[in-house]
Design a protein around this ligand. Structure first.
Ligand code: NAP
Length: 272
């Protein structure tokens, strides 16, 4: 085995700290930099300036946003592995900056929480240049092609499933809470129901792929009526109605577009 590359981590927040720890665990020589005085992970070398951090073979960034990150980048970086979350356009702009400055560029997103870093549960989606050696220390790298924006697009697409599901769960907890039902009582039922619903996704995906929405399962009409009931019940029980009203509006627009008798998959025609 050859000598491992030296790696710097910029950003010692929750995720950056987990990344630095995983690199040390894998035997990398790790330098860290952080704006404020947070404790450096064991067996890492703390530097005071980003310029010193740029001396490493690979610079991993994990800062809160691109706005924070942009002024910190320097053209002395050799390979930049950017794990700060952003939009596809932000990723592409950074890729253009990297190319103009002779910096190799990998744009990655972490589909995991810090506690999962270094385990196979941590999927690291990445695009741009192909560099998976450092990423392997963090979890399971999945390459999505040369367009540096693709990892960010997948990230937001996947999180865009997670947020409404979590929002819907919290809406359910609040709704039942108005009658004294506790999350502890309700959650096992929610998990069972969600597992059954997730099993329907492949069929829904097929319908979207074929753009064929005939259904003998459940039509948009009946779901518009159901969402109206949910929004009304939320109002009657005195909880926030925003999520239910938004979904009702979306499904209603599909109905208005002529998809009333079609399957739920046809709502995609309104979204796109
Ligand atoms: N946590 C997760 O579960 C998770 C999962 C997937 C992806 N991510 C992504 O990982 C990135 C970091 O998240 P995190 O959870 O580690 O956040 P965090 O704990 O809030 O850490 C934020 C980091 O950004 C730095 N920072 C903020 N403003 C700065 C500024 N103006 N100048 C310089 N540094 C600044 C902070 O430095 P200071 O210590 O000086 O404040 C800190 O190092 C984000 O893009 C996030 O979306 C996080």
């Amino acid at each position: 085995m050859g000598i491992k590359k030296t790696v710097s981590v910029l950003g010692l927040g929750r995720m950056g700290t987990a990344l630095a720890n995983a690199l040390v665990e894998e035997g990398y020589d790790v330098t860290v930099w952080n704006r404020s005085d947070r404790p450096a992970p064991p067996n890492t070398k703390r530097v005071a300036t980003t310029e010193e951090a740029f001396e490493a073979d690979v610079v991993v960034t994990c800062l809160s946003t691109y706005d924070v990150q942009e002024p910190l980048l320097g053209k002395n970086i050799k390979t930049l592995v950017n794990l700060t979350s952003g939009t596809p356009e932000q990723a592409r702009a950074t890729a253009r900056w990297a190319q103009a400055n002779g910096v190799d560029y990998v744009d990655g997103v972490i589909m995991a929480v810090p506690q999962q870093i270094g385990t196979p549960q941590a999927q690291i989606l990445y695009s741009g240049q192909q560099e998976h050696h450092v990423l392997q220390a963090f979890g399971e790298p999945v390459y999505l092609g040369e367009d540096a924006g693709m990892a960010a697009l997948y990230d937001l697409a996947l999180l865009g499933i997670m947020w409404p599901v979590f929002g819907g769960y919290l809406q359910a907890v609040a709704l039942l809470g108005t009658e004294g039902v506790t999350p502890r009582q309700f959650t096992p039922m929610a998990v069972g129901f969600l597992n059954a619903m997730v099993a329907l996704l492949p069929e829904m995906g097929e319908e979207v792929q074929r753009r064929e929405y005939e259904t003998d399962v459940s039509a948009v009409d009946i779901n518009v009526a159901g969402l109206r009931m949910l929004a009304d019940a939320a109002a009657q029980q005195g909880i926030d109605t925003a999520l239910a009203e938004t979904l009702h509006d979306l499904f209603r627009r599909a109905q208005e577009k002529g998809h009333g008798a079609h399957s739920i998959a046809s709502v995609v025609e309104v979204i796109r």
